[in-house]
Design a protein around this ligand. Structure first.
Ligand SMILES: Cc1cc2nc3c(=O)[nH]c(=O)nc-3n(C[C@H](O)[C@H](O)[C@H](O)COP(=O)(O)OP(=O)(O)OC[C@H]3O[C@@H](n4cnc5c(N)ncnc54)[C@H](O)[C@@H]3O)c2cc1C
Length: 348
């Protein structure tokens, strides 16, 4: 059962102590010397996901002892690539067809059983859809509380994470003997390539419940930059009024400058763009070099997903739109004239 009693929380906003939850249970916890971390590697089409590299940097802040777990039908190529990344001390390989499509129902027992047999103190994954799907189940199987969306690691038991859609930052101290963490990718740089390859071995055997079966998936192929790693993002909101306008204006502007495309939830819910590109609290969290918000008001739930962008620019017809409060550059204009004009000028 999930229990809050093992966690003490300090919620601070601009340095002010707002609340302290008392520790009711005190248990021994790890120091850097006896920390051993299991990092779950996310991969697709034989490529390691970039967010795993960010999670590895976070894991390396805990200790030098990081074991990477690579699972899949043919995981050897990815395992070999992972072994060459700086910070990986060992690679565990779980080779089985059931791991091919990232089903949480088989990954969670694999992680829990690997922890039980090899006694890792920390289990780390990225805060991607993959990690978010698996790690709470792992925490439940190990009967510990999970710490989500970590943006800083202060010590092996103290983590920093945003709450209230990023409006406050909580410092969480976990007294659980095993820490299960998901890492916000934009908060840590990607781990670089290493000089020597780490050793690999087979992961311990684990149960593979046959309750869920992967049937099929429909993927949209795109040559545009990936949202998670794009240096530039053009994002459109409700003001676009139709999918046709969204395609014609937002995608065209994005393609002109080689940017990825994002959308507000209102744009997604109205069917102007796909939910895979929603930015915000319930969408993707991004931190590009430049983020251009077009016809987006700047609701806190949207800002939660893009406020760490290096430069924020906005086009909005309302000079009082909240997005301007966090923008470095703002253009008060009708997007239906401003965006085509901007696109033409940028083309030149
Ligand atoms: C639990 C929860 C989770 C949520 N998660 C998310 C999330 O992940 N991401 C997200 O985005 N939202 C999220 N929301 C929704 C959020 O609260 C807002 O409703 C949403 O972000 C609004 O989208 P928008 O800015 O496109 O639309 P609006 O708020 O309607 O803003 C449209 C803007 O366009 C401007 N405009 C209108 N016409 C023009 C024009 N011709 N030219 C230029 N500008 C124009 C208007 O001035 C206005 O500022 C969430 C809400 C809840 C309750």
């Amino acid at each position: 059962m999930f229990s809050l009693r093992r966690i003490s929380t300090q919620i601070t906003s601009k340095g002010t102590l707002l609340a302290v939850r008392p520790n009711l249970v005190l248990r021994g916890y790890a120091t850097a010397q006896d920390v051993s971390t299991l990092l779950l590697v996310e991969h697709k089409d034989k490529a390691i996901s970039s967010s795993t590299l960010n999670a590895l940097t976070a894991a390396s802040k805990l200790s030098d002892n990081v074991t990477a777990l690579v699972a899949g039908e043919d995981p050897e190529h990815v395992a070999s690539e992972v072994s060459k990344i700086k910070g990986v001390s060992k690679v565990l390989i779980a080779k089985d067809k059931v791991y091919e499509h990232g089903l949480a129902e088989v990954y969670a027992p694999l992680l829990a059983s690997t922890q039980k047999q090899l006694k890792f103190t920390h289990l780390v994954a990225s805060h991607s859809a993959f990690g978010k799907n698996i790690m709470p189940r792992v925490a439940a199987l190990l009967d510990v509380a999970q710490v989500s969306d970590v943006i800083d690691i202060e010590s092996p038991d103290t983590f920093v994470r945003p709450i209230y859609a990023g409006n406050a930052i909580a410092k969480v101290k976990s007294k659980d003997p095993i820490k299960v963490l998901t890492i916000r990718g934009t908060a840590f740089p990607p781990a670089p390539a290493g000089e020597t390859g780490a050793s690999s071995e087979a992961a311990p055997e684990s149960e593979k419940p046959a309750l869920t079966e992967w049937v099929s998936e429909e993927l949209q192929k795109s040559d545009r930059p990936e949202l998670g790693t794009a240096a530039k993002i053009v994002s459109g909101g409700r003001a676009l009024k139709s999918r046709e306008n969204f395609d014609k204006l937002i995608f065209k502007l994005a393609d002109t400058i080689g940017a990825a495309v994002g959308g507000s939830r209102a744009a997604v819910d109205s069917g102007y763009c796909d939910n895979a590109i929603q930015i915000g609290q319930t969408g993707k969290v991004v931190a590009p070099e430049i983020y251009l918000a077009v016809g987006i008001s700047g609701a806190i739930q949207h800002i939660a997903g893009m406020k760490d962008s290096k430069v924020i620019a906005a086009i909005n017809s309302d000079p009082d739109a909240p997005i301007f409060q966090i923008s470095d550059y703002g253009l008060v204009a009708d997007l239906f004239t401003a965006v085509p004009e901007l696109t033409e000028k940028l083309k030149k």
